[in-house]
Design a protein around this ligand. Structure first.
Ligand code: GLC
Length: 526
């Protein structure tokens, strides 16, 4: 497996820093807390940690509103804490990935404060300023992803500025070469500090239509959907010029030897795969989010795997994401039993898996009482399911301790459930043990890391596929229903099953039984 890069062999683990481990009793996770928990992460068997934003921020969008790209928010620690964190991670053999948020800054970033100070400020053009439309209202019909117009009036200078998200998150003007140079310097600042790569926030939104044309209405819009779905995002996302930006980010990273570039991109597969660029000049991994919205149905998932594999350019390395801080947790989407099947799926598909903290212990979405809602997405568009607090609740370390061992103070969000790392640690049938076994199986079987994926098939509620490398053939069968099912197989041996006691058992040629919600990986011979 030596010819593969670490991020092709490895598994990425996302840490939402506010919620992983608090070390100072303020109820919010921090870098020292993460550092203290790194041995747990390394023992789990993942290869890299991606940490959501830790930069100085007014926290209007919990760090995705950056007020200084080259420092650490005091809430999370200092640059010295960051160094300790990165050094410790590297000592433990873990790579460090940061979140890079180039589309918008905070409205409190000095760049924006300068930009809004006057129309002739040298940084005026660093953001997207426009005169009012003919009726004196916003310049066009563009809508914010957090609800309402995407244009905010600035009385002081008599113009509007554009914000794809909150008004506290003005969009930078990526057509301005000075912005691009400043952002390259941000990348270099962190690369100089030993960062192994970046997850780039909303990469597909960076460039907007140069003529600021109105977005057309979305004929498929249904009332109750988020506001911005009323329009197609024809002129506000996935503009052709974005690919040039990706190439230039890639070139900056390549100044440091090859570091990994991952893009957050919510687009249909044919558009998504263009972000790979030509060989070596695009993103290494445009995040593949298909599983986040998948219907938990064998036929749908089989189709999705085949279509994705078929759409990838020859040089492209696939990847799969099972959870993140913006979507309901898998144990709530698919249910706690099927979350085990999902773990087997994630870790046996072809491509780099990204795992969201807490999913390895089967955390479910938390119940957030109305007076404890934190997420601006819920506060600004209440009751339509946009809130992201449920999937951001604190990591559950030890159910016998107050706040599951996350904090000595009052946690910023309530603890979701009682199950914890400590309960699951020595229980061979726990979700945590399943993840550890799967991660070790993946690490030790070249077919799972670099093998082809073949014969992706759904038989009723059972999804099956093969991973092949040289003479190794692995057969994967996932029973996605809550009843027993049968599966056709070759002769083989079960290497791992979600069902206790099945490992090491034989599979016979022909029909084999799968228990309700059972998933297995077997080594087979033809
Ligand atoms: C990305 C982040 C999300 C954030 C948004 C605006 O989608 O994942 O949490 O709200 O960008 O920065």
């Amino acid at each position: 497996m030596s010819e593969l890069a670490w991020w092709q062999r490895g598994v990425i683990y996302q840490i939402y820093p506010r919620s992983f481990q608090d070390s100072n009793g303020d109820g919010i996770g921090d870098l020292a807390g993460i550092t203290a928990r790194l041995p747990y992460v390394a023992e789990l068997g993942v290869d890299a940690v991606w940490v959501s934003p830790i930069y100085p921020s007014p926290m209007a969008d919990f760090g995705y509103d950056v007020a200084d790209y080259c420092d650490i928010d005091p809430m999370f620690g200092t640059l010295a804490d960051f160094k300790q964190f990165a050094d410790r991670a590297h000592e433990l053999g873990l790579k460090v990935l940061l979140d890079f948020v180039p589309n918008h800054s905070s409205d409190r970033h000095p760049w924006f404060e300068e930009s809004r100070s006057s129309r002739d400020n040298p940084k005026r053009d660093w953001y997207l300023w426009r005169d009012p439309g003919p009726d004196g209202g916003p310049p066009n019909n563009w809508l914010s992803r957090m609800g309402g117009s995407a244009w905010e009036w600035d009385a002081h200078t008599g113009q509007y500025y554009y914000h794809a998200f909150l008004r506290e998150q003005p969009d930078l003007n990526w057509r301005n070469p000075q912005v691009r140079r400043a952002m390259d310097d941000v990348l270099r600042f962190w690369l100089d500090r030993g960062v192994d790569g970046f997850r780039v926030d909303v990469l597909w939104l960076l460039i907007k239509d140069a003529q600021f044309r109105d977005n057309p209405p979305n004929p498929a819009y249904l009332p109750g959907q988020p506001d911005h779905h009323r329009l197609l995002q024809t002129y506000t996302e996935d503009q052709p010029e974005v690919h040039e930006i990706v190439r230039s980010m890639r070139a900056t990273l390549d100044e440091y030897g090859r570091r990994v570039l991952i893009g957050e991109i919510y687009l249909p597969v044919p558009q998504l795969v263009r972000y790979y660029g030509a060989k070596g000049d695009g993103a290494d991994m445009p995040f593949n989010f298909q599983l986040l919205n998948a219907k938990w149905h064998a036929g749908d998932i089989a189709g999705m795997i085949r279509d994705y594999d078929g759409a990838l350019p020859e040089h492209a390395w696939p990847n799969w994401v099972l959870g993140n801080h913006d979507n309901p947790r898998v144990a709530s989407r698919a249910g706690v039993v099927q979350a085990r099947v999902a773990a087997v799926l994630l870790l046996t598909l072809r491509g780099t898996p990204t795992l969201y903290y807490g999913d390895e212990i089967g955390m479910t979405d938390g119940e957030i009482p109305p007076d404890q809602v934190q997420d601006p997405a819920e506060i600004r568009q209440p009751g339509i399911g946009q809130g992201r607090d449920p999937e951001r609740t604190p990591m559950q370390w030890d159910a016998s301790l107050p706040n599951a061992g996350f904090t000595n103070g009052r946690p910023w969000l309530p603890i979701a459930t009682t199950s914890s790392v400590r309960d699951q640690d020595r229980d061979a049938s726990s979700m945590l043990s399943l993840y550890r076994r799967l991660l070790s199986l993946r690490r030790n079987n070249a077919a799972l890391v670099q093998g082809t994926i073949e014969h992706v098939t759904a038989y009723g509620d059972v999804l099956t596929y093969e991973r092949r490398h040289r003479d190794q053939r692995l057969f994967i069968a996932l029973n996605m229903s809550c009843t027993e099912a049968t599966v056709q197989s070759h002769r083989g041996v079960v290497l791992l099953s979600t069902l206790a006691g099945r490992d090491g058992q034989a599979l016979t040629e022909g029909v084999n039984c799968l228990a309700a919600g059972e998933a297995l990986v077997a080594s087979i011979r033809s």
